[in-house]
Design a protein around this ligand. Structure first.
Ligand SMILES: [Zn+2]
Ligand SMILES: [Zn+2]
Length: 180
């Protein structure tokens, strides 16, 4: 719910003060900061570890309707290969652009407003991160995954196999014939 009575959380490193520029269309302000990543930034399979260093490059540009925020974020990623379940660590960059409207104006459900002369970029940042992350992260494009029979990581030995004794039912039958 959007309400004019919401207050900005000025302690959040994702909240930027725009009072100097908000009403001076054309004026621009830039910030470069390294901040800790917020909790749950990502999906269930991969995301930015909470508290890890995220480098923000933020441009705030005053426009007639409000403040246009252009952001570039370099962040660390941690996740799990969806085939072999190995832990993955990587770095990624995310980009977003969001217009924060002046308060007092009717906005759509998905539009953001300047609150207490600040813009809170956490929501657009989350949107950009979730959109960019792979649904099925892989440790390598051609990761062979796990052996379907025993769960062995085939990255460690691509020749891994179970010969003819793959199916325990066959093993049992072989045993029976052996007894006869
Ligand atoms: Zn893998
Ligand atoms: Zn196996």
């Amino acid at each position: 719910m959007k309400s004019g009575h919401r207050h900005a959380d000025r302690r959040s490193p994702y909240v930027f003060d725009v009072h100097e520029i908000a009403h001076r269309a054309g004026v621009m302000k830039e910030f470069e900061v390294t901040v800790p990543a917020p909790a749950e930034l990502g999906t269930e399979v991969i995301g930015v570890p909470e508290g890890s260093d995220s480098h923000l490059d933020i441009q705030l540009q005053a426009v007639v309707e409000g403040v246009l925020v252009t952001g570039h974020v370099d962040a660390q990623l941690r996740g799990e290969c969806s085939r072999c379940l190995t832990e993955l660590e990587d770095e990624a960059s995310f980009e977003f652009q969001e217009l924060f409207y002046h308060p007092g104006r009717e906005v759509e459900e998905d539009e953001l407003t300047i609150v207490d002369e600040t813009v809170d970029i956490e929501e657009p940042l989350r949107g950009a991160v979730v959109l960019e992350l792979p649904f099925t992260p892989l440790c390598a494009e051609d990761c062979p995954g796990l052996c379907p029979d025993c769960g062995f990581d085939l990255n460690q030995d691509p020749t891994h196999g179970h010969g003819d004794k793959v199916d325990p039912r066959w093993e049992k039958l072989a045993g029976l014939t052996g007894d006869n």
